[in-house]
Write a protein that binds this ligand. Structure first.
Ligand code: FES
Ligand SMILES: [Fe+2]
Length: 420
């Protein structure tokens, strides 16, 4: 099938699909549809790159793969975090190899072209008298930070970031993630389309059957106005809301831009932190927080990020599309920069709940994908009361895809702005 034919097929399926039903099969694995996702979702929108403290000092970098496009996020000598396309200006080799590293300069291992941490080419051997290093800086992607998190955008012109930034910053700042460190991280590669990973994250319909560790503390309800919230939890929300109002901590549920961005602070169902016994995993709390029981700030930014910010540690999740049925999920556990492993926290204990939960979700997403690949699969209905988060995501996604202009590739060139 030509790309144009695939695009016409997608447009037809978008027009004829039942709303509030899961998507037709090709959306979850067709190679052309996946390329359209990359062009339309991943190359146009703000994406979560990682916590800024994953690049704690000048020269620290980490990478992210968006389809076949690799980015490297680098902290410069001036302390600024920048995002570069991870492709050498000589003959295109990847410059930074691996998930993370630290180097005084960014040196391409192929022929040793050497770049400053701000992307400028510093040195290239044997390139002749007319060669101008100033013409061969690494190409830069849009990069913004908010509350200690880094977001990037691969579009020519980035869409608005301020609505998200203004909304979430007051919720994030008390947790002082700029003054945190990465205690540990994990990366899973899941054999499922990225949308199945997000769909799974957007509902807790599956939680009682799948997540015994998580439900020791977390409430499966994530909205203060959900009519199904049990009385005891509703009372807890009210009591905590009064405490948080007195402490000046924002907690109300807020959305922005078609529910693409969401933030709320909610109490846990029981306990003070998402650990096996509900006790804080870290004795030294984040920032200057004095209260252990702050529930969690639940933050969503589609298409690839959700978070839990607790008093003792924060969790950041990043989803990246590696292929039509292959998705990477990275989790960071963040603690106060001054907390000491073995003294203030035990990494294995802190990781236990979400390491188990992530793996349970991986199995669910992979089984979901395998069943969708069945020739008898047809889209099925979302629960109106418990899968509204999935509906919100699918509404946003289908709206984005409906804006696709033919032909997709020509309409959405990958703009590579030169480094300043
Ligand atoms: S491709 Fe990077 S130095 Fe040659
Ligand atoms: Fe789950």
């Amino acid at each position: 099938m030509t790309l144009q034919a695939s695009q016409a097929r997608m447009a037809h399926l978008l027009e004829t699909r039942k709303t509030n039903y899961s998507l037709p099969q090709p959306f979850y694995g067709d190679a052309d549809f996946h390329q359209f996702d990359i062009d339309q979702i991943w190359h146009r929108n703000w994406l979560f790159a990682g916590p800024a403290c994953a690049a704690p000092a000048a020269g620290n970098w980490f990478t992210m793969e968006v389809g076949t496009t690799s980015l490297v996020i680098v902290r410069g000598s001036d302390g600024t975090i920048r995002a570069f396309y991870n492709t050498c200006r000589h003959r295109g080799s990847k410059v930074c190899i691996g998930d993370e590293g630290k180097s005084a300069k960014l040196v391409c291992s192929y022929h040793q072209w050497t770049y400053e941490l701000d992307g400028r080419l510093l040195f290239a051997r044997e390139m002749g008298p007319d060669f101008k290093v100033a013409d061969f800086s690494l190409k830069q992607a849009h990069c913004r930070t908010v509350g200690g998190y880094v977001y990037v955008c691969l579009a020519d012109e980035a869409p608005d970031f301020d609505a998200f930034s203004k909304m979430v910053e007051p919720y994030m700042l008390p947790h002082a993630l700029d003054n945190a460190k990465v205690a540990c991280s994990s990366t899973l590669v899941e054999k499922a389309n990225w949308k199945l990973v997000i769909e799974n994250n957007r509902e807790c319909y599956h939680c009682t059957g799948a997540h015994p560790e998580l439900l020791r503390t977390l409430s499966e309800y994530d909205s203060t106005d959900d009519p199904r919230v049990p009385r005891a939890f509703a009372d807890r929300i009210r009591a905590k809301a009064a405490e948080w109002d007195a402490a000046g901590l924002p907690h109300a549920s807020q959305n922005a831009l078609d529910k693409r961005f969401r933030v709320v602070r909610l109490p846990l169902a029981q306990g003070e932190s998402m650990t096996m016994d509900g006790k804080p995993a870290v004795q030294k709390l984040l920032g200057n927080l004095q209260t252990k029981d702050l529930g969690s700030v639940r933050m969503l930014s589609l298409p690839n990020n959700w978070n839990h910010l607790q008093a003792d540690h924060a969790l950041a999740f990043r989803v990246l599309p590696l292929g039509p049925q292959l998705t990477q999920v990275t989790t960071w556990w963040l603690v106060n920069k001054d907390a000491q492993e073995g003294v203030d926290y035990n990494t294995q204990e802190m990781m236990q709940v979400w390491a188990a939960t992530n793996d349970q979700d991986r199995v669910l997403a992979e089984n979901n994908q395998a069943g969708i690949n069945n020739k008898a699969y047809e889209p099925g209905p979302y629960s109106p009361t418990i899968e509204f988060g999935v509906q919100n995501f699918i509404d946003w996604y289908t709206g984005q895809m409906a804006e696709m202009q033919p032909p997709a590739r020509a309409a959405i060139p990958i703009h590579l702005a030169a480094a300043a």
